[in-house]
Design a protein around this ligand. Structure first.
Ligand code: PLP
Length: 417
């Protein structure tokens, strides 16, 4: 099987799997226990936290470990909104908020459902006013429009770093600068970025910040104030991730308990965290070598070029935008993505349509539609994701299989492929 599905291509590394196994067999104590067995586990958890923080270029004390990206996003958005709401409530009043005091959050239609649907839900519940940041002609978040949306009621801006469906890289450094200038916390969903790209690439801006005397800020190389990551996107176990919170950002915990310095209750997922720590160490070493990324970007480009040549009419979604090296989103006009996915699976290629959670539905991806991609193309769009383990042989074989499947489906459905 050739894994080009975003959730399967980053299978846990041997080191991460061994770390998780060791933790579940040898480190079964509870890290909150004061006895020796507990403290050994505490030590292992804190070592893993340090590895994860090092991958981000962040201070380990500012990291809250969670059950993955979705919980991290939930904590960031609800947590910052909760703190903003508490500030907006008149002193001594414990109940609801005045309508005029409802804070607003600014985000984009390009976000993963964990952000997009949460924002929408909060809006429906009257807990936040949601302001959607307009997109530019290429379908990218438009920082020029941000300043006009921010006002005194803005609690949070949340924009992803790289898109999970198209790989398009959003202008997070610019957005971070604008938020900092207006004093608004900026949350970045970096699930698709962390472990694949250096997080400290924003150093240019930070050295500027350092010159301006802002260098004493915590974790200065990050372009945001809160950052979400998920270990299974960089060859760690599934169901573990975290939220980095810049010191000084006010946040209300969402799961009450004493763990994670009172910021996230519940006994830690020790095997997951230990495995994630190993994966983070390996990913940091991999990310440090730009030639490895360049090789894979070339491989992705070769895949796209070959598929486009063999499946006339097909297009690369997001082609005109800066994109992360691992993602190819190809539209096969007038074909049904689900039918194509099934054919590919039968022939040994795992891919996905839109976000994994929406596969199985016949709805075209809201992200592609928001980018302005016409419906007949969005309906027939598939996402192929490479990982650092993807080989040339796999890519060349996948091209054959994808092109043959698209041609077969095109013939049977009468589409022009
Ligand atoms: N954000 C992005 C961009 C993602 O791609 C994903 C998962 O694919 C998530 C959030 C959710 O992360 P998790 O599956 O760890 O909850």
């Amino acid at each position: 099987m050739i894994y080009l599905d975003n959730n399967a291509t980053t299978r846990p590394s041997d080191g991460a799997a061994q770390g998780a196994h060791l933790a579940s067999t040898a480190l079964w104590g509870n890290p909150s226990s004061v006895h020796r067995a507990g403290q050994e586990v505490r030590h292992a958890v804190e070592l893993a936290r340090r590895e994860l923080a090092a991958l981000l270029g962040a201070d380990p004390k500012e990291l809250v470990l969670t059950s993955g990206g979705t919980e991290s996003i939930d904590l960031a958005i609800r947590g910052v909104l909760g703190a903003a709401g508490a500030r907006a409530r008149p002193a001594g009043r414990a109940g609801g908020m005045d309508r005029a005091a409802v804070p607003n959050i600014i985000t984009t239609q390009l976000e993963h459902a964990a952000v997009r649907d949460l924002a929408r839900r909060l809006g429906e519940q009257g807990l936040a006013e949601v302001r959607w940041l307009p997109l530019d002609a290429r379908g990218m978040a438009d920082p020029a429009a941000l300043d006009g949306l921010i006002d005194g009621g803005t609690a949070l801006v949340s924009v992803q770093w790289a898109n999970n469906e198209t790989g398009v890289i959003q202008p997070v450094e610019r957005i971070g600068e604008l938020c900092r200038a207006r004093g608004v916390p900026f949350h970045c969903d970096a699930v698709q970025w962390v472990g694949k790209m250096p997080v400290g690439e924003a150093r240019q801006r930070d050295s500027e910040a350092a010159r301006q005397g802002l260098g004493k800020q915590s974790s200065p190389s990050l372009p945001c104030d809160l950052l979400t990551f998920s270990a299974h996107k960089f060859h760690g176990p599934k169901g573990v991730g975290g939220l980095w919170i810049r010191r000084g950002v006010a946040l209300t915990p969402q799961i009450i308990g004493t763990q994670e310095m009172d910021r996230r209750g519940g006994t830690e997922n020790v095997p997951g965290i230990v495995g994630a720590g190993v994966a983070a160490r390996e990913a940091a070493a991999w990310v440090a070598d730009p030639t490895a990324r360049a090789r894979l970007a070339t491989l992705r480009d070769r895949f796209e070029k070959a598929v486009l040549a063999r499946a006339p009419g097909s297009v690369v979604n997001g082609a005109g935008c800066p994109r992360i090296w691992n993602t190819a989103n190809i539209g096969f006009p007038r074909l049904e993505a689900e039918a194509l996915l099934l054919l590919l699976s039968e022939r040994g290629v795992c891919a996905s349509a839109g976000a994994a959670c929406s596969s199985g539905s016949l709805e075209p991806s809201p992200v592609l539609l928001a980018m302005g991609i016409p419906e007949p193309i969005a309906h027939g769009s598939l996402r192929f994701s490479l990982s650092r383990e993807t080989t040339e042989e796999e890519i060349d074989r996948a091209v054959e299989i994808v092109a043959a499947a698209a041609t077969q489906l095109g013939r049977s459905s009468g589409a022009s492929l």
